[in-house]
Design a protein around this ligand. Structure first.
Ligand code: SF4
Ligand code: SF4
Length: 671
């Protein structure tokens, strides 16, 4: 036992040190704040296995194995000790066979042996029989299942043969149900054979435990060690916030890398993400790009990056060792050596992958970081984005429209513009119109409906008029951080100049950017989405929907409202307040809602090659509910869904913003 422990622990030490060294080579990142909150999340999401239940059967199977491993850890420690202590029932005295704790533990252990075997059976069925699409059929995955099952069976053999040898004819024991039930299978053997089986069960179990330990750093099962730390060190800032590149101008002047170019640009948390992926495929299973035949697979990005990390591990150690001596190894650029640029540009930044991942692995930050390098250093963005970039630079919006047209949406309406108000924004909520409602013919209806509702509720409001510029959201998601920072800084200056404190948006992207990202540029405003604002006005009785709007209606969750900002109930609350409306839900809704295909700057570029457009796939899901109206709460979603509905030629489906539905009930019609 001493030799076995020393050899396996020594080998594990070497393997773990290699992984630790790669972590140490990575860039620093501050993730040691809010330790209490981190611990709570780790207990809920990691130990509580919260996200596992999103796939009920696999979730139950994983919970059985996860908790089984925790319970059986003590069993393994007891067996290691029995290798040294000449007492068959030894269990650190309190867990000795026959003591109350020992009996209770033996029973719980047996229950979990059965549960672990059942869990292994479920995963074997999923991999080998059902061939579940999201799981990759690999020899490693099957080997691990065989090892776990053998460990469990060896444990039962050890108990059963031990009982048959030491307590022949003892009969069934409620404290050791598995061992006592299996003991008769050994009763016919001679003492020598019983002893052999007893020893075999023991050595097979302990050897497999130690062998399994050494397999961990070499396999996707490394998550058994890194999973809880990865959940603990998750990003606690709002999910919709991207990390700014600090001192971007200085970095450009100094010729430093912008974004993620090689493995050297990954932070230690990025490396921990790679270590922690279990290859469960839940991320890809819900990725709208993957669902519509694009070559993007978030799981593949992680697995390929991890393989690249391991393959270059030793040479990176050498680079470190000769640092400053003119030597070293040149790492390949991740794009295109590891990640296909087409996959990168197919991402809508919808966060469906991150929402599903049981290990809290992040994707959007890495994908946008890779885009940053491509755009700002190599100028390798899709050509279809050039127009939007140029327009944002020159005209302050991605629609190639002039600032003088910014108020065209409001023709015929009375609009208080800040530059005309001597007192500035004092006591007024600033209606941030956004570029789509300002320039997109269909989306203008949202801004007009909103203004009418504000006036109905007698809200003191104002807007920036021609001084409003794009928030820069699309530029940032497309990787043009330099342009985004310039736009954000300019907007913050304008807003501060007028003393703006509260901002109302009708666009989920503006809502996210202004609320979650502008604080990084000195713009800490109270930002509210129009569905939240309208829900509050209805609740307070300042808006009363009266006319019946006889329609069945399905609400489409905008990613930047739902998954990025946890706003799911407010739009539904507004819609439910409208008499006559029957609200139905799509099978994929709320945090599982499918993206409309506009996010991540997709709105302003050609969609990557696939079998279907994302917007069309989503529209089919919504139409399948049988609803007569699709309601949305973001002008980007409206544009994508309206186009997709028109393309399907289904004139029977109406497409309206939540504000338009409410206005219809208040005014009886939409002007
Ligand atoms: S953010 Fe959305 S589109 Fe991008 S990889 Fe994740 S699931 Fe796919
Ligand atoms: S990233 Fe997360 S969801 Fe995707 S395969 Fe890995 S563990 Fe599963």
């Amino acid at each position: 036992m001493a030799l076995l422990l020393a050899a396996s622990m020594g080998a594990f030490g070497v393997l773990a040190w290699r992984r630790w060294r790669l972590l140490r080579l990575a860039r620093p990142e501050a993730r040691f704040d809010q330790l209490g909150e981190r611990f709570r999340r780790m207990m809920r999401m990691g130990v509580g296995q919260q996200r596992m239940s999103r796939y009920p059967l696999a979730g139950l199977a994983h919970k059985a194995i996860f908790f089984g491993f925790i319970v059986l850890l003590l069993r393994s420690l007891i067996l290691f000790a029995r290798g040294f202590v000449d007492a068959p029932g030894f269990g650190y005295w309190v867990f000795d066979s026959g003591t109350l704790l020992g009996n209770v533990y033996a029973l719980v252990k047996d229950v979990y042996v059965v549960l672990v075997l059942a869990g292994v059976g479920v995963f074997a069925y999923m991999r080998l029989v059902a061939r579940t699409r999201r799981l990759t059929l690999s020899a490693e995955g099957v080997l691990i299942l065989v090892i776990i099952a053998t460990m469990m069976i060896a444990d039962v053999v050890y108990d059963a043969a031990g009982l048959a040898l030491h307590h022949p004819g003892a009969g069934f024991s409620p404290w050791e149900p598995l061992g006592s039930l299996a003991a008769p299978a050994f009763a016919w053997m001679g003492d020598g054979a019983k002893a052999f089986a007893w020893h075999a069960g023991f050595w097979v179990h302990v050897s497999l435990v130690l062998g399994f330990l050494n397999l961990l750093p070499l396999s996707k099962h490394f998550h058994i060690i890194t999973g809880l730390p990865n959940v603990f060190f998750q990003d606690l800032t709002p999910p919709g916030r991207l990390r700014p590149i600090a001192d971007i101008e200085g970095k450009i002047e100094r010729g430093e890398t912008l974004g993620l170019r090689t493995l050297d640009d990954l932070t230690w948390k990025g490396v921990l993400d790679l270590y922690s992926c279990t290859e469960c495929g839940r991320c890809t299973d819900h990725c709208p790009a993957a669902k519509t035949g694009k070559i993007l697979s978030p799981k593949a990005i992680t697995v390929d990056l991890r393989n690249h990390l391991y393959a270059t591990g030793s040479s990176r150690g050498a680079t470190k060792a000769v640092e400053g001596e003119g030597g070293g190894v040149t790492l390949e650029d991740i794009v295109p050596a590891v990640v296909n640029p087409e996959a990168l540009w197919a991402c809508t930044t919808c966060r469906a992958c991150e929402q599903e991942c049981p290990l809290n692995i992040s994707y959007v930050d890495k994908i946008v970081d890779m885009r940053r390098h491509l755009v700002m250093e190599r100028g390798e963005n899709p050509a279809s984005l050039n127009g939007a970039f140029q327009s944002m630079e020159r005209a302050g919006n991605p629609y190639a429209a002039g600032a003088e047209d910014r108020l065209k949406w409001a023709e015929g309406l009375e609009v208080p513009v800040l530059s005309d108000l001597p007192e500035g924004a004092k006591d007024r909520v600033l209606f941030w119109v956004g570029c789509a409602p300002a320039y997109d013919a269909r989306a203008r209806g949202i801004a007009r409906a909103m203004v009418k509702l504000l006036n109905h509720a007698k809200v003191d409001w104002c807007c920036l008029g021609a001084e409003e510029c794009c928030t820069g959201d699309a530029a940032r998601r497309a990787g043009n951080e330099f342009l985004f920072q310039a736009m954000a800084t300019g907007n913050v200056e304008t807003l501060k100049r007028y003393g703006v404190t509260k901002i109302l948006t009708v666009c989920a992207h503006c809502f996210n950017s202004l609320g979650n990202e502008y604080p990084d540029f000195g713009g800490a405003f109270e930002v509210v989405h129009h569905t939240q604002f309208l829900a509050a006005l209805v609740r307070e009785g300042r808006l009363t929907p009266t006319h019946r709007v006889e329609t069945s209606l399905v609400y489409h969750d905008a990613c930047y409202l739902g998954r990025h900002n946890d706003v799911y109930d407010a739009p539904r609350e507004v819609l439910r307040s409208v008499p006559g409306v029957t609200l139905v839900e799509a099978a994929a809704s709320r945090d599982r809602g499918m993206c409309c295909g506009a996010g991540g700057a997709q709105m302003f570029k050609e969609e990557e090659h696939g079998t279907q457009r994302v917007s069309e796939a989503r529209t089919i899901q919504l139409v399948q509910t049988g609803a007569k109206t699709i309601a949305s709460a973001c002008p980007f979603c409206m544009r994508m869904l309206t186009d997709a509905v028109a393309k399907q030629g289904d004139g029977a489906i109406a497409q309206m913003d939540v504000a338009e539905v409410l206005l219809k009930s208040i005014e009886g019609e939409i002007a």
